[in-house]
Design a protein around this ligand. Structure first.
Ligand SMILES: [Zn+2]
Length: 206
């Protein structure tokens, strides 16, 4: 049934807010009378209910690495945040992946991909088959070095990860129509091959 709307009433009496989605840090309300939406910090009750919900839905190990990264970026920003995330990634090489990017000021920065997965299975979770490892998605942390902004993050469910890869492939295809980029990438590939050979040489000498 379509929602009844009455924006005129909102103009005189204010919006009639109803929560529609929630996270640990924000609750999103929509107005029951008009198309308005708002984000706000959760009430203590909502926060507690979200914690109960996430605990019942997934084992805590599913999100533990991402929560640890949240704690890192809450305290740090800029270069110290980049270094702290790199150190953290090195401790969990199977679950944390990194990529170099530049921030808006063209200073070297990073993307940190943290998987939400559970290796232990608890068969009380009704949405997964007993014994199967669970996959939830990937949190991507972006820590700019020189723009003065706090690090931020976003989340990718499997279909969003595929969509992002498809978009990047499309951008790459277009980029490679530029001769100067093709030349640069060829130089880069040659350098990478040389580097691998040099490493092999060193290994033989040991
Ligand atoms: Zn309204």
């Amino acid at each position: 049934m379509p929602r009844k709307t009455n924006p005129a009433l909102c103009a005189t009496r204010g919006h009639l807010w109803k929560p529609v989605c929630r996270s640990r840090d924000y609750t999103v309300d929509h107005c029951a009378r008009c198309p308005e939406r708002r984000s706000r910090p959760p009430t203590p009750g909502e926060k507690a209910s979200w914690k109960r919900w996430i605990k019942s839905k997934h084992p805590s190990e599913m999100h533990a690495l991402s929560w640890a990264a949240d704690a890192i970026v809450k305290e740090k920003s800029g270069y110290p945040a980049i270094v702290a995330l790199e150190r953290f990634a090195k401790k969990h090489p199977k679950r944390i992946f990194t990529a170099a990017v530049d921030d808006g000021a063209n200073a070297g920065s990073s993307l940190t991909f943290i998987t939400h997965e559970a290796t232990r299975h608890n068969d009380t979770f009704d949405d997964h088959r007993a014994g199967e490892p669970q996959w939830h998605g990937v949190s991507v942390y972006y820590a700019p070095q020189c723009t003065g902004e706090k690090p931020t993050n976003f989340f990718l469910y499997p279909c969003d990860l595929y969509g992002l890869i498809e978009t990047l492939q499309a951008v790459k295809k277009h980029m490679l129509t530029f001769p100067e980029v093709r030349r640069e990438m060829n130089r880069h590939a040659r350098w990478r091959r040389l580097d691998a050979k040099e490493k092999a040489e060193k290994c033989r000498k040991i």
